[in-house]
Design a protein around this ligand. Structure first.
Ligand SMILES: *[C@@H]1O[C@H](CO)[C@@H](O)[C@H](O)[C@H]1NC(C)=O
Ligand SMILES: *[C@@H]1O[C@H](CO)[C@@H](O)[C@H](O)[C@H]1NC(C)=O
Ligand SMILES: *[C@@H]1O[C@H](CO)[C@@H](O)[C@H](O)[C@H]1NC(C)=O
Ligand SMILES: *[C@@H]1O[C@H](CO)[C@@H](O)[C@H](O)[C@H]1NC(C)=O
Ligand SMILES: *[C@@H]1O[C@H](CO)[C@@H](O)[C@H](O)[C@H]1NC(C)=O
Ligand SMILES: *[C@@H]1O[C@H](CO)[C@@H](O)[C@H](O)[C@H]1NC(C)=O
Ligand SMILES: *[C@@H]1O[C@H](CO)[C@@H](O)[C@H](O)[C@H]1NC(C)=O
Ligand SMILES: *[C@@H]1O[C@H](CO)[C@@H](O)[C@H](O)[C@H]1NC(C)=O
Ligand SMILES: *[C@@H]1O[C@H](CO)[C@@H](O)[C@H](O)[C@H]1NC(C)=O
Ligand SMILES: *[C@@H]1O[C@H](CO)[C@@H](O)[C@H](O)[C@H]1NC(C)=O
Ligand SMILES: *[C@@H]1O[C@H](CO)[C@@H](O)[C@H](O)[C@H]1NC(C)=O
Length: 817
C-alpha cells in the first residue's frame, strides 16, 4: 500500500511537469520519435476561433479523456492580421493561450500554419487585403505572395517562440505544417507550382521551430517535409520515401453542411473502421478532422454557402457536448491502439490474406511482443476467421484489435459506448407556457442607396473587388427615365427584368418594391432570375442587393472567383430587339453602395437612436432590423437561438455577431436522407444525410460566456421577411441515454491490462446523468435476454448499474428539474 501511494505521487509529478523540459521530436520511417521513442499517436482537430476561450479547457479535457495525445489546429491568417501589419492575438484569437492550455493538459499540438487553410473558412484564411496588393498571385511562385507568406509565418513562429511553445523549448508543439492540400490543385498552376512548393519547404525549414514539418496531400513534398494523407480513408497511402512515417492528417469524422443542402453525418463504426485500418497498415498517427468542429461566428464561414454551424458530426458536438456513441466508440479504439503500441512501434506490420476480403496484420518481435489486426473488408458478409489456431467472429466492414495476438479487445463494428440523444429545449418555460421574446424595437433599412459613400461606375462591377469583404452587401442601383409614350409602359408590353449573378444571393427591387430574389448553392454558385416588372412614367429605379455568403475557400484560383451581378437586361416584345442590355460598360451608369445604412449607424451594437417601437411591430417585411433583450437561461447548458419564423440575415448578441442565419433555406425534400445509415461500404459525403425538407440550420450557438445574467441585447437584420416573435432562446440538453452490450462484447478496456488479457470478466455498465441537475425519469426499455446478472438502482439521482451476460438495452428519459 505504502509503495503504491508513493508510486502514484511520482506519476502525478511526472504528468504535471511533462512540458517543462525540452522534448526532442524527430521521425523515422515508422513513426514520430519523441525523446528517442517511437510513438503511436492519436490526434484531433479543434479550431480555436470556432469556440469561445471559456470553452477551451472543457474541450481539451474531453479530448484528453477521449484518448487524444495531440490537438491539431490551423492558424487563421485573416483572424490575426485583419489589417496588414496589425496583429491580433486577443479573445478567441489568443493562439498562445490555446496552445498553453493544451500543454497544461499534458497533450501535444500539431500546428498547421498554412497560411492557406481551406477549412471551410472565409477565403481559405487569406486576408482580403492580400488580394488587393499589386501584382499579387496566390499560391504560386510569385515574389509578392511569397514575401507576404514568409512574413506571416515568421510572425507566428516568433510569437509562439516568445511564449516558449515549441517542444524544443519545453512547449507542446511537436509538429508543424506548411501549405495545405496543394497537391490537389497543383497541376492547374503549371510549372511554377513545383518551384513554389520547394520554396515553401525551404522557407519552413529555415524557421526556428525544431520540430518536423508536414505537407498534407503533397506527394512530391521535398525532404524533410513529411507528406501525409487526408480523406475518408487513407489506409492505402504510403509516404514518398520509406524514411517518413505514415500519417493521416485529416480523417474526416463527418462533413460540413451547406445552406440549402441536407446535413451529412458519418456513422461511428465507419470512422473507427477507417482509423483502425490505417493503424493496421503501418499507420502511426491519425488526426480526426474535426474532433470538435464548432461554430463559424461572424463572417468566418467560407464556401460560399457554408453554414454557421461547423458541427461536422464530430465526436464533440458544436456545443461542446460529447456526441455518443461516436466519442466513446473512438475512445475505446484509442485504448485498444495504446495496448498495441509497444508491438506496433517495434516493427512494421506483416499483412496476409486469410480469406476473400479478409486480412490479418501482425506486429510481432522476437522478444515476444505481438499485436494483431483482423479485418473484414466485405461490405455485406460477416465472417468467422481462423487466426493462429483460434476462431474469431468478424462482422462485415470491421477491424478487430488483438493487443496480445489472442484476445479481441475491440471491434470497430461493435459499439459498446453509451449513446445519447440531445435536443434543444425552449427557454424559459414559465408555468408550462413557453415565453416568447417580446418588446421588440425595429428600424426599416432603406431600399437602395442611402449612404454618402455611394459611388458611380459604368457597367456592372465585380463585388469582392469593391467590398473587399467589409460587408456581405453591395447595392447595384440603376435609374432610367421613361417618357409617357415609352413602349415599355404600354399595356401588354410584359416587361421582364433578367439578372445574372456570379453569386451568392440577390434581392431585386423596382421603385422600392421587392420584385424577385435568387440564390446559388454550393454545387453552383451562380444563378439567374427573370421576373415581370412594371415601370411608371418618369424616373424608375432598379435596385439590386447582391450578397456574398462566405467567400470561396477551395479550388485552384479560388481567390479570383468573384461574386456579384454580371448581367442585367430588360426583356419585352415592345423593345426593338426584344431586349435591352443594362450592362453596356461605356453607356450605362450604375451606382453602388457597400454595406447598408444600419452598419453606418452601428445598429448591431444595440445602441442607436434610430430604433423605434411604435406603432406596430412590422412582420414579414424586407430589410428590417429588430432588437430586444433577453436573460441568460439558468444553468450551464449550452445556449442557442432558434430562428424559426425568420428568413435570412445576421444576428448579434451584445454586439458580437453569432453569424449568418438562413432558416428559409430548406434542404431539398427529395434528397436521399436516411435516418439510420448502413456503415458498411465505402463512405462519401452524400451517403448519410439528414434534415431533408427542413432548414439546413435552425439553431444558432451563443457561447455562454457572451451572456450576462439579464439584459442581453439581441439584434437581428432580417433581409427577406420574418416574424421575430417566433424567435426563441433554447438550451441544448442530453435527453436520452442508451447502451447496448452484446454477447460477444469484447473484454472491457477499463480493466488493468494484466488482468484483462488473462481473465474473463463480466462487463459492467454504468449510466450516469450527464448533469447533476438531471434525474432518471424513466427506464424506457430493458432487455436482458437470459439474465445472469443483477439489476440494482443504486442511486436515483445519478447512477444505474447493471451486470449481464447476454445483452441489455436501456433508454432513459431524462427530465429537467
Ligand atoms: C534528437 O533525436 C535524434 C534522433 O532521435 C538525435 O539524432 C538528435 O541528436 C537528438 N537531438 C537532440 C538535441 O537531442
Ligand atoms: C508495412 O511496412 C512494411 C515495411 O516497409 C512493408 O513490408 C509492408 O508491406 C507494409 N504494409 C503495408 C500494408 O503497406
Ligand atoms: C406561476 O404560477 C404560480 C402559481 O399559480 C403563480 O403564483 C406565479 O405568479 C406564476 N408565475 C408566472 C411567471 O406566471
Ligand atoms: C422595451 O424596450 C424599450 C426600448 O429598448 C425599453 O426602453 C423598455 O424599458 C422596454 N420595456 C420593457 C417592459 O422591457
Ligand atoms: C457621411 O455620413 C457620415 C455618417 O452619417 C458622416 O459622419 C459624414 O460626415 C458624411 N460625409 C460626408 C462627406 O458628407
Ligand atoms: C453558371 O456558370 C456555369 C459555368 O460558367 C454556366 O455553365 C451556367 O450556365 C451558369 N448558370 C447560370 C444560372 O448562370
Ligand atoms: C431617379 O431616382 C434616383 C433614386 O431615387 C435618383 O438618384 C435620381 O437622381 C433620379 N433621377 C431623376 C432623373 O430624377
Ligand atoms: C479584381 O481586381 C483585380 C485587380 O485588382 C483583377 O485582376 C481581377 O480580375 C478582378 N476580379 C474580378 C472578378 O473582376
Ligand atoms: C439591336 O441589335 C443590333 C444587333 O445586335 C444592334 O446593333 C442594335 O443597336 C440593337 N438595337 C437596340 C435598340 O438595342
Ligand atoms: C421532388 O420531386 C418531384 C417529382 O420529381 C418534383 O415535382 C418536386 O418539385 C421535387 N421537389 C423538390 C423540393 O425539389
Ligand atoms: C460492396 O462491394 C461490392 C464489391 O466490391 C461493390 O461492387 C459495391 O459497390 C459495394 N457496396 C458499397 C455500398 O460499398
Amino acid at each position: 500500500m505504502e509503495s503504491r501511494t508513493s508510486m502514484l505521487v511520482f506519476l502525478l509529478l511526472v504528468a504535471t511537469t511533462s512540458f517543462c523540459f525540452a522534448v526532442n521530436v524527430t521521425y523515422d520511417g515508422r513513426a514520430l520519435v519523441i525523446d528517442g521513442k517511437r510513438r503511436v499517436l492519436v490526434s484531433g482537430s479543434i479550431h480555436y476561433p470556432r469556440s469561445s476561450p471559456e470553452m477551451w479547457p472543457d474541450l481539451i479535457k474531453k479530448s484528453k479523456e477521449g484518448g487524444l495525445d495531440i490537438i491539431e489546429t490551423y492558424v487563421f491568417w485573416n483572424l490575426h492580421e485583419r489589417e496588414r501589419g496589425t496583429y491580433d492575438f486577443s479573445g478567441s484569437a489568443n493562439l498562445p493561450k490555446f496552445i498553453k492550455l493544451v500543454g497544461e493538459a499534458g497533450m501535444y499540438v500539431h500546428l498547421r500554419i498554412g497560411p492557406y487553410v481551406c477549412a471551410e473558412w472565409n477565403y481559405g484564411g487569406f486576408p482580403l487585403w492580400l488580394h488587393a496588393r499589386p501584382a499579387m498571385e496566390f499560391r504560386t511562385d510569385n515574389e509578392q505572395f511569397k514575401a507576404e507568406v514568409e512574413r506571416f509565418v515568421a510572425k507566428i513562429v516568433q510569437t509562439l517562440n516568445g511564449h516558449k511553445l515549441f517542444a524544443s523549448q519545453g512547449g507542446p508543439i511537436i509538429l508543424a505544417q506548411i501549405e495545405n492540400e496543394y497537391g490537389n490543385v497543383e497541376k492547374d498552376y503549371g510549372p511554377r507550382a513545383k518551384t513554389y512548393i520547394d520554396w515553401a519547404a525551404k522557407m519552413a525549414t529555415s524557421m526556428d521551430v525544431k520540430v518536423p514539418w508536414v505537407m498534407c496531400q503533397q506527394n512530391n513534398a521535398p525532404d524533410p517535409m513529411i507528406n501525409t494523407c487526408n480523406g475518408f480513408y487513407c489506409d492505402e497511402f504510403t509516404p514518398n520515401t520509406n524514411k517518413k512515417p505514415k500519417i493521416f492528417t485529416e480523417l474526416w469524422s463527418g462533413w460540413f453542411s451547406s445552406w440549402g443542402d441536407p446535413v451529412p453525418y458519418r456513422p461511428a463504426e465507419d470512422v473507427a473502421f477507417s482509423a483502425a485500418r490505417f493503424y493496421q497498415l503501418n499507420g502511426t498517427l491519425v488526426n480526426y478532422y474535426m474532433y470538435h468542429g464548432g461554430t463559424n461566428f461572424g463572417h468566418t464561414s467560407g464556401g460560399p454557402f457554408i453554414t454557421t454551424s461547423y458541427d461536422y458530426d464530430a465526436p464533440i458536438d458544436e456545443y461542446g457536448l460529447l456526441r455518443q456513441p461516436k466519442w466513446g466508440h473512438l475512445k475505446d479504439l484509442h485504448k485498444a491502439i495504446k495496448l498495441s503500441e509497444a508491438a506496433m512501434v517495434a516493427t512494421f506490420g506483416k499483412t496476409t490474406s486469410i480469406g476473400k476480403n479478409l486480412e490479418a496484420t501482425v506486429y510481432e518481435t522476437g522478444s515476444g511482443l505481438c499485436a494483431a489486426f483482423l479485418a473484414n473488408l466485405d461490405n455485406q458478409s460477416d465472417a468467422t476467421v481462423k487466426f493462429r489456431g483460434n476462431s474469431y467472429d468478424l462482422p462485415a466492414w470491421s477491424v478487430s484489435i488483438l493487443p496480445d495476438c489472442k484476445n479481441v479487445v475491440y471491434n470497430t463494428a461493435k459499439v459498446n459506448s453509451i449513446m445519447t440523444t440531445t435536443n434543444f429545449i425552449r427557454q424559459p418555460s414559465i408555468n408550462g407556457t413557453t415565453a416568447t421574446l417580446s418588446n421588440w424595437s425595429w428600424f426599416k433599412e432603406p431600399v437602395g442607396l442611402s449612404r454618402n459613400t455611394s459611388f458611380m461606375l459604368y457597367g456592372l462591377a465585380e463585388q469582392i473587388n469593391n467590398t473587399a469583404d467589409r460587408s456581405d452587401y453591395l447595392w447595384y442601383s440603376y435609374s432610367t427615365h421613361l417618357a409617357p409614350n415609352d413602349p415599355m409602359l404600354k399595356v401588354g408590353s410584359h416587361v421582364k427584368l433578367h439578372v445574372d449573378s456570379r453569386g451568392h444571393a440577390l434581392y431585386a427591387f423596382v421603385n422600392g418594391k421587392l420584385v424577385g430574389s435568387g440564390k446559388g448553392r454550393v454545387s453552383s454558385n451562380n444563378f439567374s432570375i427573370e421576373v415581370p416588372v412594371t415601370f411608371q412614367p418618369g424616373n424608375n429605379t432598379i435596385d439590386l442587393l447582391s450578397m456574398t455568403v462566405g467567400l470561396k475557400n477551395y479550388g485552384a484560383f479560388f481567390d479570383t472567383a468573384g461574386a456579384g451581378i454580371n448581367g442585367a437586361f430588360l426583356k419585352s416584345l415592345a423593345l426593338a430587339n426584344g431586349t435591352k442590355d443594362l450592362n453596356n460598360n461605356f453607356l450605362q451608369e450604375w451606382n453602388y453602395q457597400i454595406g447598408v445604412k444600419g452598419d453606418e449607424e452601428d445598429l448591431s451594437s444595440g445602441s442607436s437612436n434610430l430604433w423605434v417601437s411604435k406603432p406596430v411591430l412590422p412582420k414579414n417585411t424586407v430589410l428590417t432590423w429588430y432588437k430586444t433583450t433577453f436573460s441568460a437561461p439558468p444553468g450551464n447548458s449550452p445556449v442557442a437561438i432558434d430562428f424559426t419564423g425568420m428568413g435570412k440575415g445576421e444576428a448579434w448578441v451584445n454586439g458580437d455577431s453569432i453569424g449568418r442565419y438562413w432558416t428559409s433555406n430548406v434542404a431539398d425534400s427529395n434528397a436521399s436522407c436516411v435516418n439510420s445509415c448502413d456503415y458498411r461500404g465505402q463512405f462519401g459525403q452524400g451517403k448519410c444525410l439528414k434534415n431533408c425538407g427542413k432548414p439546413t440550420q435552425q439553431y444558432y450557438h451563443v457561447p455562454h460566456s457572451w451572456l450576462d445574467p439579464t439584459g442581453n441585447d439581441l439584434v437581428v437584420l432580417e433581409e427577406i421577411g420574418g416574424d421575430p416573435t417566433k424567435i426563441s432562446i433554447v438550451t441544448r440538453e442530453i435527453e436520452r441515454i442508451c447502451s447496448v452490450v452484446s454477447e460477444t462484447h469484447p473484454l472491457p478496456l477499463d480493466m488493468p491490462t494484466a488482468n484483462h488479457l488473462t481473465r474473463k470478466i463480466k462487463p459492467t455498465l454504468t449510466l450516469e446523468c450527464p448533469s447533476p441537475k438531471q434525474v432518471i425519469s424513466e427506464i424506457h426499455f430493458v432487455d436482458f435476454g437470459t439474465p445472469l446478472g443483477t439489476l440494482a438502482q443504486e442511486n436515483q439521482d445519478a447512477v444505474l448499474k447493471f451486470q449481464w451476460r447476454i445483452w441489455v438495452t436501456l433508454v432513459q428519459m431524462l427530465q429537467r428539474v
